[in-house]
Design a binder for this molecule. Structure first.
Ligand code: PEP
Ligand code: MG
Length: 591
């Protein structure tokens, strides 16, 4: 009987194509019993059982770390991070106190802890993948507590494409490549550590298919396109031929551009664009460097304030930033001060119940209301600058000159306090702002006189300029980077920044879309900062561009009336100038 071909669409998280048989692992959720503990002995035993399970998982993770293959050695620190997550106050102390105070069994207590973590991270898109990591560590712990099956790979007999609901980063790091040529998951996202590991292992992976583990059966023939996120089940002969050919060409293409990723990105007519990484965790520096980042253009500091229910001390922050600066030196590191509120919340953040949190007491406004928090962070950053001289400080959501001067006043106080106590710091540290509020765009000429650099945050700028909530999926289709209003704003800010002699960077998601390179180059950005995985492709396209030609394109673009017209012109240019890039990635192009 002829098999019926069907397709699933997920998110391509690791480029490449695999063709092979599926091996489906049904790893159902752990069943969680509920009971209360009636005696002090029972409570103590349950606490010990929990502590023992944590210890065993730690041992497992340590074993995985020791056994990492050479090309995954850089993930040793990641596995240490997972071990730390197990001892995270929220998870470890939180579960133990639920067992003790509420007399709950360990599995149930742990599941409540997981819900609490979910509440903290919920609705915060950028942390969805981080939560995914915490979730998978807890899943491992739950399996240990319930005595469940853990080694899913022992069941795989021949070289296959692994299909399962979910795969934890520690499982991914152990993937036996002689047995697994690609994987397809129901859940997950592009920046999760499982995805990062897939890229590092260089195997195609598709996540967030929602139903792969239900629709696919062991033995089905699959084509997995880790670039477009497409999974073809029981493909036709024609499909197979097409993908075999594509696979060969794409492999060669990606290998070639990866080889040059760490070289500077200079256009054909000699213009250097600094290409940097946006990161939020120290451990991401490895991925940033591997992908050829010239520096860290945006270090989001919220995470250091998030996975805890109290505030970090100046010393804790200093230790974190110090490692970052040392690891990245001599490349620059731009540390952005706390951008808390709205989509980025913390357990210690006062619940404000604002009707419009994106327009509320967030970011620098929150910090100005709580200068003592801002000052602690400023001092930690200033001190970090004394180590390698490569640190810059950046403030988010600046909307006017008065506000900016209020920030500078607190900064001066922070400097004076360091002076007074003779604590070394970088007295000449460059201080810049994010331009991400339309009012800041309108007065870019005034702001440019008072700052050392601009970095445009298009994620927020588009939200505020087009009145599209960046978190609201109902209006997500209207979030339009190529809107003429947005491009005019970018044009104005770059021009005014350059008139004042300061550098202008773009660090919103827009910078990481390789197809936008001709426009961003033509607008004259000095730096682009993006998710690390985009760096090799962006650098490659910069090298193959001419700044002059891009400027001519931008002149034409700025005369167009609609985003559709602009996209049409841009895609024509990309297809003509970068036919391979267009060919391989066009299907995954999302604007
Ligand atoms: C932005 O708004 O574009 C930006 C880079 O900052 P965040 O996404 O952290 O708000
Ligand atoms: Mg922002």
């Amino acid at each position: 009987m002829e098999e019926i071909t069907f397709r699933l669409k997920g998110v391509g998280v690791s480029q490449g194509i695999a063709i092979g048989k599926a091996f489906v692992v049904q790893k159902g959720p752990v069943s969680i019993p509920y009971y209360t503990l009636w005696s002090d002995e029972a409570i103590e035993e349950e606490c010990q059982r929990f502590e023992e399970a944590v210890r065993l998982v730690e041992e497992d993770l340590f074993g995985i770390k020791e056994g990492l293959k050479n090309d995954l050695r850089q993930y040793a620190s990641l596995l240490d991070a997972y071990r730390l997550m197990l001892r995270d106050r929220l998870i470890y102390d939180g579960t133990l106190s639920l067992i003790r105070e509420k007399q709950l069994n360990a599995l149930w207590a742990l599941s409540l802890t997981l819900s609490k973590a979910r509440e903290i991270f919920d609705g915060q898109d950028r942390f969805a993948d981080r939560f995914y990591d915490i979730g998978s560590v807890i899943d491992r712990l739950m399996r240990k507590l319930s005595g469940g099956q853990e080694d899913i790979f022992s069941l795989i007999r021949e070289r296959s494409i692994l299909v399962t609901h979910d795969l934890s980063p520690s499982d991914a790091a152990q993937l036996p490549l002689e047995k697994v040529m690609a994987f397809v998951l129901d859940i997950g996202g592009k920046t999760s550590h499982t995805a990062i590991i897939a890229r590092s292992l260089n195997i195609p992976a598709v996540m967030a298919t929602e139903q792969a583990s239900k629709k696919i059966q062991t033995g089905d023939l699959l084509i997995v396109d880790g670039t477009s996120g497409q999974v073809i089940i029981n493909p036709s002969e024609e499909d197979i031929q097409h993908y075999i050919e594509l696979q060969l060409r794409l492999d060669t293409y990606l290998r070639d551009i990866a080889r040059e990723a760490s070289l500077p990105a200079v256009t054909r007519d000699g213009f250097r664009v600094v290409v940097e990484a946006n990161i939020e965790l120290l451990e991401e520096i490895v991925t940033a460097k591997d992908n050829g980042a010239d520096g860290i253009g945006l270090f989001r500091t919220e995470f250091g304030f998030m996975n805890r229910d109290d505030l970090p001390t100046e010393e804790e922050l200093y230790q974190e930033y110090k490692q970052l600066a040392e690891l990245m030196a001599p490349g620059e590191v731009i540390i952005r001060t706390l951008d808390v509120g709205s989509d980025k919340l913390s357990a210690w953040f006062p619940p404000l119940h604002e009707p419009n949190p994106a327009l509320g007491l967030r970011s620098v406004r929150f910090c100005l209301r709580h200068p003592e928090i801002m000052k602690i962070q400023m001092k930690a950053i200033l001190r970090t600058g004394a180590i390698a001289g490569n640190v810059k400080m950046m403030f988010p959501l600046i909307s006017g000159i008065g506000e900016w001067r209020a920030v500078k006043k607190i900064l001066r106080e922070a400097q004076e306090e360091l002076w007074r106590f003779r604590i070394p710091f970088d007295e000449n540290m460059p201080i810049g702002i994010m331009v991400e509020v339309p009012s800041a765009v309108a007065i870019a000429d005034l702001l440019a006189r008072e700052v050392d650099f601009f970095s445009i945050g298009t994620n927020d700028l588009i939200q505020y300029a087009l009145a599209i909530d960046r978190q609201n999926e109902h209006v997500a289709h209207l979030f339009e980077a190529l809107h003429p209003a947005i491009l005019r704003m970018l044009h104005f800010v770059v021009r005014e920044g350059h008139r004042a002699g300061i550098s202008v960077s773009l660090c919103g998601e827009m910078a990481g879309e390789p197809f936008y390179v001709p426009i961003l180059l033509g607008l004259g950005f000095d730096k682009l900062s993006m998710n690390p995985q985009s760096i090799p492709r962006v650098k490659n396209l910069i090298r193959r561009s001419s700044k002059d030609q891009c400027e001519a394109l931008v002149k034409e673009v700025l005369r167009k009336d609609t985003a559709e017209d602009i996209r049409g012109l841009l895609m024509e240019t990309v297809e003509k100038q970068f036919p391979e890039e267009y060919h391989f990635f066009h299907s995954g192009f999302v604007v």
